[in-house]
Structure formats: C-alpha cells, structure tokens
Design a protein around this ligand. Sequence first.
Ligand code: UDP
Length: 134
Amino acid sequence: MALERTLSIIKPDAVAKNVIGQIYTRFENAGLKIVAAKMAQLTQAEAEGFYAVHKERPFFNDLVKFMISGPVMIQALEGENAVLTHRDLMGATNPKDAAPGTIRADFAESIDANAVHGSDSLENAAIEIKYFFG
Ligand code: UDP
C-alpha cells in the first residue's frame, strides 16, 4: 500500500444538486483525507487546458461548456492507494454502467453530466494537482 494524492472535482451538476457534503462523506469514510480544496468558476481557458488530452474527441466542446456552466468544487485527496480508491468510489464514466452505491450511480444524470472527475493515474494526479493548486 502506498500513500498517494489524487485530484477530485465535483462537477457543476453535483454542486447544483447540493451534494458536496454527501460526496465528501464518502471520501472520508473510504479513508481519503481532503488536503486542499477550493470552489471555483472555471474559465473556458482553464477547462480547455485541464481537458487538453481530450481535445480531439467529439465530446470536447460540450465537456468544456458543461464544466464552465456553474461552480465546481476541486480537492486534492490523500490516502492509501488514493487514485484507485477514488476511482472506485466514483464508478464508471457512464452512470448507466456505474455499480450501485458509487457516486455516479447515485448522483449523476448522464455520461456528460457525470458528477465527478478523478485522476486516472498517479502521474496524471500529480499534473492535475499542480494545475489547480500550484
Ligand atoms: N465524456 C463525455 N462523453 C463521452 C466520454 C466522456 O461527455 O462519450 C466526458 C465525461 O464527462 C467524462 C470526461 O469526458 O467524465 C472524461 O472522459 P474519461 O473517458 O477520461 O472519463 P473519466 O475518467 O471521467 O471516467
């Protein structure tokens, strides 16, 4: 087991649903510690930069538009195997495929408005934490 940090974003749909606290409770119950956090209204440039790896994907423009449609809550989480632990809590990208009891199964509406983001590797976690917290 390794102590890791990962980046989590509660997306505009979940912030609008008023479930930040319920999602934080899931992090805490899974042993993930919130070591940095901020609420932000992303600019178009910030959202495009964050999702640059998806620039060529057909959903890129809609994804950016969605991510700037309202405030997001951004946090760095620390714990044993934080990257995978957090991905397990989130559930599959498409909430229709997400296992019962996961954040996306319980709070997400669709593959576009899917409640949360989480780093998919330790390497990307370091890049994403730096992107938002310096
Ligand atoms: N996304 C989308 N349509 C798709 C695939 C992805 O809108 O067909 C969005 C969705 O919000 C997802 C994000 O793009 O969370 C990043 O996609 P990725 O495959 O990296 O999924 P994640 O790591 O968020 O589960």
